[in-house]
Design a protein around this ligand. Sequence first.
Ligand SMILES: Nc1nc2c(ncn2[C@@H]2O[C@H](COP(=O)(O)OP(=O)(O)OP(=O)(O)O)[C@@H](O)[C@H]2O)c(=O)[nH]1
Ligand SMILES: [Mg+2]
Length: 389
Amino acid sequence: MGHLMQNDLKVALVGIGESGCGYVSKIKTDAYPVKKIYIDTDARDLGKLGDVEKLMLSGPAGLGTGWDPQKGAVAARDNSERIVELFADTKMVILVSAFGHGTGSGATPVIARILREQQKFVAAFVTMPFSYDGDVPVAAAREAYSLLSRECHFLLRIDCDRLSFFESQGSIVEMYEKPREWIDCSVQKIFSLLFSSDENLRMDFVEFHSFFPVAGAPTLFSIGEGDGADAIRSALDSLSACPLIEPQDKSDTAVVIVSIAAFPTGEQANLIASGVAKKMGATKRVRLCYDIVPGMGDKIKLCVIGAIDIKAAENRRKKYLTPTDVTNAMQDSGSFALDYTGEGGLPIDDRGIFEGVPRLLYEGEDLEVPTYIRRRVNLEKSLKEAQKK
Ligand SMILES: Nc1nc2c(ncn2[C@@H]2O[C@H](COP(=O)(O)OP(=O)(O)OP(=O)(O)O)[C@@H](O)[C@H]2O)c(=O)[nH]1
Ligand SMILES: [Mg+2]
């Protein structure tokens, strides 16, 4: 184990459901004070993981939930005392789950809530299914995400469709590997920030927590790199092309942590800090940490981790909401699941082929969405009426 300054910080890395457990089993944690815990409703899948710390959610007879998130949620709720006990000595919990079927989608938001109520810092890394996984998993994942987003201090959503939009297509097996790789890499970033033996990189947990003080604020996460004479500019530019970043949220970023894999000069550090603030809209605080990797040459890697200013995001989104949506949203404070746009509430995520295209917002309207959808024109009815004339 490396030289640790945060011996008192106990972190649990938790896989939930078959794929969530699979992701966690491959994340290397040997160098850190992190315990892995595996949670599932499927006895056979848990058994395959061998001699590891596990929690079998009793209820669905050890057979999984058969894609039913309701069963996953009930199983987690029924086991809440065991969950509280299991994490009694843990300050920070990182939940990892693949949304779409029953255990991951149903149990994760419930577990997050139980732990948040126990005053834990709750982080979650979740994957959203490919749209070709089918309508039922996609709908289950959206519902789960909306619930989970209220419970986490830090929530990173890895959208499989967005990954395939940004990354070159491979076989199905390769495409399934991509979300796992992104989860691995982003979880490792958090670990190196919290546990690095290098104090230029390491961040005290209290300071880290101060970047994400409340549950419910969306998280920003992006990785970019550049090399050569223009390394900083290309690294900054590539931040916008990272498939983990949600473009519409950038302008409401409150604070960011930037981890830089290279030791910049003072002038370069200034350029990076002001470039990140400009690109990400960091209005309050930019904190640079240096993750020096030998042999980087003239390459610069940036990892930007930030918190979206929930108040600013809510104010901005009010423009796209009907009065009823706003009232509901205000009552439900802490939630940022205000994903409705346009009169009458067209779900933002239902942009069909426009998904993955950055939003082009103008006076409260997303111009990437065709006018007839924005104005809610019933094409069939209009055509019939036109034919009658
Ligand atoms: N990225 C990725 N997704 C997968 C993989 N295997 C399954 N999935 C998707 O992950 C989601 C959750 O699947 P599982 O983890 O098997 O489901 P579960 O949470 O155990 O839920 P139940 O078995 O229904 O109780 C689904 O949308 C699957 O399509 C994989 O290898 N990689
Ligand atoms: Mg399962």
